[in-house]
Design a protein around this ligand. Structure first.
Ligand SMILES: Cc1cc2nc3c(=O)[nH]c(=O)nc-3n(C[C@H](O)[C@H](O)[C@H](O)COP(=O)(O)OP(=O)(O)OC[C@H]3O[C@@H](n4cnc5c(N)ncnc54)[C@H](O)[C@@H]3O)c2cc1C
Length: 551
C-alpha cells in the first residue's frame, strides 16, 4: 500500500527545506513527505496523487505566496481530498485571514511563523490521529468481506470502526477476488461477513466477543474484586474511569460494545470545551480511552452486564460469558439508545439502507446519492452535515414546524448555508420499502395531509432515547420511562424521606441503593450532553470516596 502523504508548500526555500527535514525525521517510514515551492506546483502534486489514488493525510501551506495564497491552495486541494487535515503557516499580520479560513475552508489549525518545530509536530500528530480515525485506509491488516446490504456485515464493521480497529472492506458483490476469497473459506460464503486476519485465520460471522478477543481488546477482568466498577464506557463512564483510577481506586469499566458510547458515533462534536474547531466522537473516545488506561483503569470490552445484585455492602455484577465481579461501589453509566422508528419496512431494512444514528462507517457508500435524515435535534443536524460531504442531496424530515426548538443555532446556520441539504418540516416517514435494500420512503406532510413517495438510497434515524436500565430492574428506583432516580429525587414523598433507606441524605448521584451511583444520560433529569456526562462521571468519584468512608 502507498504510504499516506504529507504535502508541504512554501515559497521560501529555507523554510520549506526546514519543514521537510523536521517532518522526515519525525514521521520516518510512516508518511511520505512531498514538498512544493508554490501553490500551483502543490496543486499539481495533489492532482497527481489523486490520479494514482494515493492517500493524502495532511497539507501544510504557507499563507503568503505569490500567485496563489495558502488559503486559496487549500480550498482547491480540499475539493480532491476533503478528509485531509489542513494547516496554515501565517505571519502575525495574517491571523485574521487564518481565523476566517477556519470558517470558510474548515482550516484545522494555523501556526505563526517563526514556528517551534516541536509545537508544529505536536499539532500535526494530533491532526494525523484524527485523520486516521476518519479515513478507511487500504490496510494490510484485517479485511472484512461481505455485502453492503447484510446487517451482520454492518454490525462487524461498526464494531471494528467504533473500537478504532482499522480494516479493509471487501464487497463481494463488486469485487470478484473477494468473492473468491470468501468462497474458499469453510462456509463458502453462506454466512457473512468473513473476517480475515493477518495471521491467516478467518472468522465467519463472528460475535463481538470473538472479534474483540482476536483483535486484542481486553475481554476478561484481571481481578475478581474492585473498589469501583463502572458499567458503560460512554463519556460518563470514561470520565469516572479517569478520575477513579487517578484518585487511587482500583477501577474496572465494563463496556458491551465500544468506548465512546453515543458520543463515539458523532461525526463532529463542536461544543466540548477545549476543542475550538470541534472533534469527532471517535477521536474523543480514543483520547479518553487511552487516558483512562494510562491512569490505571481496566477497560473490559464486548462484555454485557446482565444483572446487578447486592450482598451486604458488596455490589455484584453478573456479566455475559458467566463472568461475575464484585465491588465496593458501583457506577451505572449505561446511557441510552435511540428510539426505534416503528413504521412498516424499517425493521426489515435496518442495516440495509436504514440506520440508527450517524452511521459513519456507511456514509461514504452513499456518495452522490440522495439520503434522508429523520429528526430535528443536534444529532440529526450533525449527521446531515456529515452526509452532505458525500451524498448528492440530504433531506432532513422534521415533524415540527421548525428545528429551532430542538437544534442549536450554530447547526441550523450551517445547514442553511449548505447547498445540498434541504429541510422538510411537518413531515414524518410513514413507510419504507425495497427488495434487497432501501429503495423508497413514503412521507406524510401533516399540514397538507398529502402522502408522497420518494426514491431514497439511505435513511438515517435520530428520534429520541430509551435508557439501558434492565440490569438494575428491581434493584434501584427508576421513573416510569426507566431512567434512574438519584440524589434529591429519592427524597420526594414519605415525609421527605421517599424510598431512601438511610438516616443520611443520598449523595447527589447516588441511587436508592447506597453505594450504587448513576451518571450521564441514564439518569432521570440528565442534561444529555457530552460535557455534562463527563462532568457527572467525574464528580461521582467524589461521592464514591465519601460513601466509602461510611462503610
Ligand atoms: C449522533 C449523536 C451526536 C451527539 N452529539 C453531541 C454533541 O455534539 N454535543 C453534546 O454535548 N452531546 C452530543 N450527543 C449526546 C451525547 O453523546 C450523550 O449525551 C453522551 O454520549 C451521554 O454519555 P453517557 O456516558 O451517559 O451514555 P452513552 O454515551 O449512551 O454511553 C453508554 C455506554 O454504556 C454501554 N452499555 C449500555 N448498557 C450496558 C450494559 N448492560 N453493559 C455494558 N455496557 C453497557 C453502551 O454500549 C454505551 O457505550 C450526541 C449523541 C448522538 C447519538
Amino acid at each position: 500500500m502507498a504510504k499516506p502523504v504529507i504535502l508541504t508548500v512554501d515559497d521560501e526555500p529555507q523554510v520549506l527545506n526546514a519543514i521537510e527535514r523536521d517532518l522526515r525525521q519525525h514521521y520516518r517510514g510512516e508518511y511520505r513527505i512531498v514538498k512544493a515551492g508554490s501553490g500551483a506546483d502543490a496543486l499539481e502534486a495533489v492532482q497527481g496523487l489523486k490520479r494514482r489514488n494515493d492517500p493524502l493525510a495532511l497539507l501544510v501551506a504557507d499563507q503568503r505566496m505569490p500567485g496563489m495564497t495558502g488559503t486559496e491552495f487549500l480550498s482547491e486541494a480540499m475539493k480532491l481530498y476533503p478528509e485531509a487535515r489542513k494547516v496554515l503557516l501565517t505571519a502575525y499580520a495574517d491571523t485574521e485571514a487564518a481565523i476566517e479560513s477556519i470558517n470558510t475552508i474548515g482550516l484545522d489549525h494555523y501556526l505563526r511563523k517563526p514556528y517551534q518545530p516541536q509545537e508544529v509536530l505536536d499539532v500535526l500528530d494530533d491532526l494525523l490521529g484524527e485523520w486516521k480515525n476518519l479515513v478507511e485506509l487500504p490496510y494490510e491488516g484485517i479485511r472484512v468481506a461481505g455485502t453492503l446490504w447484510s446487517p451482520s456485515s454492518h454490525a462487524v464493521k461498526d464494531f471494528l470502526a467504533r473500537n478504532r480497529i482499522p480494516y479493509q472492506w471487501l464487497d463481494i458483490e463488486t469485487n470478484p477476488d473477494a468473492r473468491e476469497l470468501v468462497e474458499s473459506t469453510e462456509h463458502g460464503g453462506h454466512r457473512l461477513p468473513v473476517v480475515f486476519f493477518p495471521d491467516g485465520e478467518a472468522l465467519v460471522e463472528p460475535d463481538h466477543r470473538a472479534l474483540a478477543e482476536k483483535v486484542g481488546l481486553q475481554t476478561e477482568a484481571k481481578e475478581a474484586f474492585y473498589d469501583l466498577i463502572i458499567v458503560g464506557g460512554g463519556p460518563a463512564g470514561l470520565g469516572a474511569a479517569v478520575y477513579g483510577a487517578s484518585e487511587g481506586l482500583s477501577t474496572a469499566m465494563i463496556e458491551r460494545h465500544s468506548t465512546g458510547g453515543q458520543a463515539g458515533t458523532s461525526s463532529r462534536i463542536e461544543n466540548y470545551l477545549g476543542f475550538p474547531k470541534g472533534l469527532t466522537g471517535a477521536d474523543l473516545a480514543s483520547r479518553a480511552d487511552t487516558q483512562a488506561r494510562r491512569l490505571g483503569a481496566e477497560i473490559i470490552t464486548a462484555i454485557d452486564v446482565k444483572k446487578v445484585r447486592l450482598d451486604g455492602d458488596y455490589r455484584i455484577v453478573e456479566c455475559s460469558g458467566e463472568m461475575e465481579l464484585t465491588c465496593r461501589a458501583l457506577l451505572i453509566a449505561t446511557g441510552v439508545t435511540v428510539k426505534e422508528l416503528d413504521v412498516p419496512g424499517v425493521a426489515e431494512l435496518a442495516g440495509r439502507g436504514v440506520y440508527y444514528g450517524a452511521s459513519l462507517t456507511e456514509a461514504a457508500y452513499y456518495k452522490d446519492q440522495h439520503v434522508y435524515v429523520v429528526g430535528g435535534a443536534n444529532s440529526a443536524g450533525q449527521g446531515a452535515m456529515f452526509f452532505s460531504r458525500y451524498a448528492s442531496q440530504v433531506t432532513i424530515l422534521v415533524r415540527g414546524a421548525s428545528m429551532g426548538a430542538t437544534m442549536s443555532q450554530y447547526l441550523i446556520d450551517q445547514i442553511d448555508d449548505t447547498e445540498n441539504i434541504e429541510v422538510k418540516t411537518h413531515s414524518t416517514v410513514e413507510q419504507v420499502g425495497g427488495d434487497e435494500k432501501l429503495e423508497w420512503i413514503s412521507v406524510k406532510n401533516h399540514e397538507t395531509n398529502e402522502m408522497e413517495t420518494f426514491p431514497a438510497a439511505a435513511l438515517f434515524i435520530f428520534i429520541g432515547a430509551q435508557p439501558h436500565t434492565d440490569l438494575v430492574e428491581g434493584v434501584v428506583e427508576r421513573n416510569s420511562a426507566g431512567f434512574i432516580l438519584t440524589g434529591p429525587e429519592l427524597l420526594k414523598g414519605n415525609g421527605g424521606r421517599g424510598k431512601w433507606p438511610l438516616r443520611r441524605d443520598p449523595f447527589l448521584l447516588e441511587t436508592s441503593v447506597p453505594g450504587i451511583f448513576a451518571a450521564g444520560d441514564v439518569r432521570h433529569g440528565a442534561v444529555r450532553r457530552v460535557a455534562s456526562a463527563v462532568g457527572e462521571g467525574a464528580i461521582a468519584i467524589s461521592f464514591v470516596h465519601q460513601y466509602l468512608k461510611t462503610v
